[in-house]
Ligand binder design. Structure first.
Ligand SMILES: Cc1ncc(COP(=O)(O)O)c(C=O)c1O
Length: 242
């Protein structure tokens, strides 16, 4: 069948009306991150995913969630969609799933689970026993050690620490997050902070130009979480004073 429109149409995040406006009779699915990572750690309003679930049900579309970054305990639940009381049709996940071993997974339920059959989507190393064993051990460890709960507790501790310590610092646009996925948005670009942080032993990332993104390991201690906050606060203060 000839394609007359792009495969993916991009719309603004956290905006259900934008999806309705972009829909065509050929629309079959909506794919979205439950919390945007690279986009700047954007946590949607609490009614966005439930409204999207309803829209997809009403229109007969699949709801596909990209949990590559948010899955496996990162946001304080095993999957981020669990914060919103909905079930997606398809979920992709990777990163934390292998805890360093390269593996990604695509999960589906209901009708969506009947589409791919074994062998339909082959790949040289897909489903290899070594990576799958590593992922199984990771899932078991995350579940048995209740690491999502730990991420939730430590994330709240860090958010609170940043909000308190940066309350009087000028140019802090927002401090937001979900579990151990934290974003601090400044009023100016700050890519140089990545190197400055490295020099004091901290690995951070800057996304969308001016948002410092933190994705610390789920197994850090309270003391380490506090150390991340105090070290980064000093860096931010001197950056904003320049
Ligand atoms: C939310 C999200 N989706 C997709 C990807 C791409 O994943 P992969 O590199 O496994 O293809 C990334 C990688 O950073 C991501 O953060």
């Amino acid at each position: 069948m000839p394609r007359s429109s792009p495969v993916f149409v991009h719309v603004p995040y956290d905006d259900i009306e934008a999806i309705k406006a972009a829909a065509t009779p050929n629309t079959v699915a909506v794919m979205v991150e439950p919390v945007q990572g690279e986009g700047g750690v954007c946590v949607p309003s609490s009614d966005y995913l439930p409204a999207l679930r309803k829209l997809c049900d009403d229109r007969g579309w699949l709801l596909i969630l990209d949990e590559i970054q948010t899955g496996n305990g990162r946001t304080g639940k095993y999957f981020a969609y669990q914060h919103f009381g909905i079930l997606p049709d398809v979920v992709t996940t990777a990163k934390g799933l292998g805890n360093g071993v390269p593996i990604g997974a695509c999960l589906a339920r209901g009708q969506a689970a009947t589409i791919f059959q074994p062998g339909n989507h082959g790949s040289t190393f897909g489903g290899n026993p070594l990576a799958c064993s590593a992922a199984l051990a990771v899932v078991k460890t995350i579940t048995e050690q209740n690491l999502p709960e730990q991420a939730s507790r430590l994330g709240a501790r860090m958010l609170n620490g940043f909000r308190t310590a940066l309350a009087d610092v000028h140019g802090i646009v927002d401090i937001r997050g979900s579990g151990l996925m934290i974003g601090i948005q400044l009023n100016k670009d700050c890519p140089e902070l990545v190197e400055k942080a490295k020099q004091v032993g901290l690995l951070i990332n800057v996304t969308a130009g001016s948002t410092i993104r933190l994705l610390p390991p789920l197994i850090i201690s309270d003391d380490q979480a506090d150390e991340i906050v105090s070290t980064l606060v000093e860096l931010i203060k001197s950056h904003q004073a320049e």
